[in-house]
Design a binder for this molecule. Structure first.
Ligand SMILES: [Zn+2]
Length: 349
């Protein structure tokens, strides 16, 4: 087990400058994590792999586009991939270049993964994944403009910037059958440097403040999931229970303003750090001093910042309040996916 070096993060607490999603104490997964998950218990055994080979039946079912049809394994692991900024000159801890993001999409597609949301995972709803193929969850944290930008035409018409994360996703879907608009966006609605529903100032990739709700609504309408990530990326262990609940509840309220009635089911811990009172990550309430109204939240899932491929909802040890993820850093995703195949610990529908 390795611990990653301490990350130099500049956090301007009250204004919430977002520099990072992970904690310096969050441990990284290594292949021993995968090996630990290699031996499902007896309940899992019935559903476990039966030994067929990859590519044995290229015309089977809905998986003919890649030729991969793997043996069913409902207790295998599900990769939940964690992205921050899509763009930049080179890959970093919190940036994935456009080229690398495109390569990631191609890689998971070729390996026979198809996207779902965390909510679908919770509901054991794998209807978007053909038999013999595997679910993958793309999670985009921090609501940066690089993830979802508009370009405004001379007629005022807005189109999705093809070089933003969502533009790349849409282009990819056009040329890759079965690639749907499924993924989870863990949003901030009041952080600095444009981390406010994908940009709140022309200073940040030309994004206008009045476009924010439209983007969030569009995502929900398309089938993407909206997830709470606090108002400004608060380090939740540093604050009182009251502030923790305010940070979380006000993010839900902002999402509700963009998409009235939307039920937020998932939250991602900023930096992967738990509040002192752990349960407040998924359940709590905040009373607005102005209106005296109380706003309660109750999530089904909490996302960790690291920890390797997530347990299946069919795994008896699945804990929806601690869903692990794989950060898009270097070759980590490919390495983890290689290990899932090598150890036959991959979820297959
Ligand atoms: Zn974050």
């Amino acid at each position: 087990m390795t611990f990653r070096r301490i990350i130099a993060v500049t956090l301007v607490a009250q204004t919430g400058l977002v520099a990072a999603c992970r904690s310096n104490s969050a441990k990284r997964a290594d292949t021993s994590d995968l090996k630990a998950g290699k031996s499902p218990d007896s309940a899992a055994g019935a559903l476990a792999a039966t030994g067929a080979t990859v590519g044995a039946n290229p015309t089977a079912g809905g998986s003919s586009d890649t030729g991969k049809k793997l043996p069913q394994n409902h207790t295998g692991r599900i990769p939940v991939l964690e992205y921050h900024v899509i763009g930049g000159e080179k890959n970093g801890l919190y940036t994935r270049t456009v080229a690398s993001f495109k390569a990631d999409l191609e890689d998971v597609y070729k390996r026979g993964y198809r996207p779902i949301t965390i909510a679908q995972m919770l509901d054991k709803n794998f209807s978007d994944v053909p038999d013999g193929m595997s679910p993958v969850v793309f999670v985009f944290d921090d609501a940066s403009p690089e993830q979802f930008s508009y370009i405004e035409g001379s007629d005022g018409k807005l189109t999705i910037d093809p070089n933003s994360g969502m533009g790349i996703w849409q282009d990819f879907a056009k040329s890759h059958p079965g690639w749907k608009n499924r993924g989870t966006f863990c949003l901030l609605n009041g952080a600095s440097a444009g981390h406010n529903f994908f940009g709140d100032s022309p200073k940040y990739h030309g994004q206008k403040k009045e476009w924010r709700f439209q983007k969030v609504k569009w995502l929900a309408d398309q089938g993407f999931e909206l997830c709470d990530h606090t108002v400004w990326h608060a380090m939740l262990n540093k604050f009182s229970d009251a502030v923790v609940q305010e940070q979380i509840a006000r993010n839900v309220m902002a999402i509700d303003s963009a998409v009235p009635g939307y039920k937020v089911r998932t939250m991602a811990l900023p930096y992967g750090i738990w509040p002192k009172n752990r349960q407040l990550a998924w359940q709590g309430s905040w009373t607005d001093p102005k209106t005296k109204q109380t706003h309660a939240y109750n999530f089904d899932a909490v996302l960790e910042v690291a920890g390797g491929p997530a347990r299946s909802p069919f795994d008896p040890q699945f804990n929806p309040h601690s869903i692990t993820r794989i950060e898009a850093i270097g070759n980590d995703i490919a390495k983890q996916l290689d290990a899932l195949d090598k150890n036959k610990t991959r979820f297959v529908k």
